[in-house]
Design a protein around this ligand. Sequence first.
Ligand SMILES: NC(=O)c1ccc[n+]([C@@H]2O[C@H](COP(=O)([O-])OP(=O)(O)OC[C@H]3O[C@@H](n4cnc5c(N)ncnc54)[C@H](OP(=O)(O)O)[C@@H]3O)[C@@H](O)[C@H]2O)c1
Length: 257
Amino acid sequence: MSGAGDGPIGQIFPTAVAALDDDALLALLAPADRAVPRLRANFVASIDGSATAEGLSGSLGGPADRTVFDLMRQLCDVIVVAAGTVAAEGYAGPLVSAAASAWRAANGLAPHPAVAVVTGRLSPDPESEFFAQSPVRPLVLTAASADAGRRRALSKVADVIDCGSATVEPGLIVESLVARGLTQMHCEGGPSLLGALIEADVLDALCLTISPSLEGGSGPRIAVRPGEAAPIDLRAMRLDHVLHASGMLLTQYTRVR
Ligand SMILES: NC(=O)c1ccc[n+]([C@@H]2O[C@H](COP(=O)([O-])OP(=O)(O)OC[C@H]3O[C@@H](n4cnc5c(N)ncnc54)[C@H](OP(=O)(O)O)[C@@H]3O)[C@@H](O)[C@H]2O)c1
């Protein structure tokens, strides 16, 4: 099943829509009910489907994409990110602005969201700036079989949580976070993690920004799975909204279950 319906064809752009300020965007992106767990991922891709340009996602985005990305961080209970993206994108220091922290506190949220790093091999360096400069003690989501020495070292700077015995199981990632009261889960990638979340069918929503650019090279798709992985059924998604800014399309889709 493709998720596409038999409705009429309509034009959504160009149309005259009022510019949305941050409050309007927050209303659009906010969960209907924070008590209902939701794992939402946010990605940017080029028109020809690349998740990177010269190895990073940064140049694919733009101010509008950054605004929406920041607002999703502002709204979430936990930022979930894989070890590869932490290393590639240089995560360090506060991940929300002082203004976003103040908004969160005023709205009954922790000033800074929790941060959870997914790693099967416990590859993150415990002495990296990511751990040293994090305003909250990070969560490290791994498997029980991970190396004991690396576990000891990371346990000094983070809470190391097993989400599976031999491998990290996406269903147990969700279960562990929700058990800690972290129901609004905002996943920032990368492609390997998104592929695993789709395969396990635990992804509830995807915000995809389409950058008005062509990469034309060998960049990865936003979701990848190992070459030998068994094919899965298409996951049907419902379109929630499409925003437009300077040729960039910012979408949100929700999983139809
Ligand atoms: N376009 C976008 O929106 C976007 C978003 C994010 C990232 N990116 C780009 O994507 C690239 C990084 O990609 P990547 O292939 O390294 O993917 P990734 O998913 O960021 O990281 C892969 C690593 O994360 C851990 N991991 C991911 N899924 C796992 C799972 N199911 N179980 C256990 N561990 C898991 C593993 O770490 P261990 O090796 O420690 O086990 C794995 O080696 C960067 O170039 C980044 O810029 C683009």
